[in-house]
Design a protein. Structure first.
Length: 373
């Protein structure tokens, strides 16, 4: 249940973070450490792949597991294409009714209606990844290569991770080789960098029964080190937020970590998400299980179980919330209004996920009602 809650929390953060003048975006994960919900989403996705792969292979064989994740790759690709159409169409609708918004690039709306076939083709070929949906392109690549990479990881985990680290170290020049619509080289979410986090997740999901007991032997050291890493990251983010008065502190901290690059997944962001994962999975496991059983935790869990439906819903709701935010006045009343909008879109995301999870029930009732007429 805690896993579902964390997936739901990641989606809520992704949604709120993409509402530029929202209130709650100031208290999301990215405000307290150097990574954000994207790392959490990718790590948890990898963990679920590893966990499910082992179960499917044990019960039905490797070929069944390979086909299952090829099918999943297709489903994510289809969600990327359909989501891109819905995103552009919804953006166009909002502009038509004079609701300005900045969460998504305005030219997607123009492109869809001026050249719909071209728009769909460029998204389908993944030559273009509309912002807010670009992490799905990364997920497609990870899943479509899983039938080869995951068996390698299961058979020779140390060799596979050595290859993954090597690819990560060469991520930027490799990504530059991918033709893309962006003005910069390659995909925005560099697959050669982010694959390391994904496959760490796969390894943790597949070998969790072996890894956790081995790590527990060094639990105190790992906990102290993890707390130290996260406190350092908190110092970095606080210095950023303070701005000019903390410029000297920021410069001193930068001499330690060098640079931070989300798009190719730099070392500090990777260390930070792994440190947080250790604390959540081991020392704080019971508190997180308790939180998962609260009303809010269960709501987040339903959002997490909503999967691709929840992801597309969070993208559309972030555009809607951004458009609503821009209508609010720039005073205390506007602050309260934007806070209410944030709460509303989170509640709407939960309702969307809850309806999706119960679709067989309510669709069955609708069919039965029409059948009796």
């Amino acid at each position: 249940m805690a896993l579902d809650m964390l997936r739901g929390y990641a989606l809520v953060c992704i949604m709120v973070d993409h509402m530029p003048i929202g209130v709650l975006r100031n208290v999301t994960l990215a405000n307290f450490t150097v990574f954000d919900a994207a790392e959490l989403f990718v790590l948890l996705s990898g963990f679920l792949v590893g966990m499910v792969w082992v179960k499917v292979e044990a019960k039905h064989g490797r070929r069944a597991a390979q086909w299952r994740f090829l099918k999943r790759a297709y489903e994510v690709w289809l969600a990327l294409v359909l989501g891109a159409v819905l995103l552009a169409a919804f953006s166009h609708f909002l502009f038509e009714i004079k609701l300005n918004h900045t969460a998504v690039w305005f030219k997607y709306a123009l492109w869809l209606f001026e050249n719909p076939a071209g728009y769909i083709a460029t998204v389908g070929l993944m030559w273009m990844q509309p912002n807010l949906l670009d992490v799905l392109a990364l997920y497609v690549i990870m899943l479509v290569t899983a039938p080869i990479t995951v068996p390698f990881l299961l058979r020779a985990p140390f060799a596979a991770m050595a290859v993954s680290v090597t690819v990560w170290l060469c991520a930027e020049p490799l990504n530059a080789l991918i033709p893309n619509q962006r003005p910069g080289p390659g995909l925005l979410f560099n697959p050669f960098g982010w694959q390391l986090l994904f496959f760490i997740g796969v390894g943790l999901g597949a070998f969790r029964r072996q890894i956790v007991p081995a790590l527990r032997k060094h639990g105190q050291v790992l906990t102290i080190a993890s707390v130290g890493v996260l406190l350092f990251c908190l110092s970095v983010t606080l210095a950023w937020r303070i701005g000019e008065p903390a410029k000297a502190v920021s410069a001193a901290l930068k001499m330690v970590y060098g640079s931070i690059d989300k798009w190719s997944l730099d070392g500090l962001r990777l260390m930070a998400i792994m440190a947080a994962s250790w604390l959540v999975a081991v020392p704080l496991a019971k508190p997180f299980e308790w939180m998962a059983n609260t009303a809010i935790g269960r709501a987040f869990g339903e959002i997490g179980r909503g999967g691709l439906w929840s992801f597309i819903s969070c993208v559309l709701l972030s555009i809607w919330g951004d458009a609503m935010d821009m209508m609010a006045p720039q005073d205390f009343t506007g602050f309260l209004l934007r806070l209410a909008i944030d709460i509303w879109v989170i509640a709407a995301l939960w309702v969307s996920a809850a309806l999706w999870l119960r679709r067989d029930e309510w669709m069955g009732r609708i069919k039965a009602r029409f059948a009796t007429r």
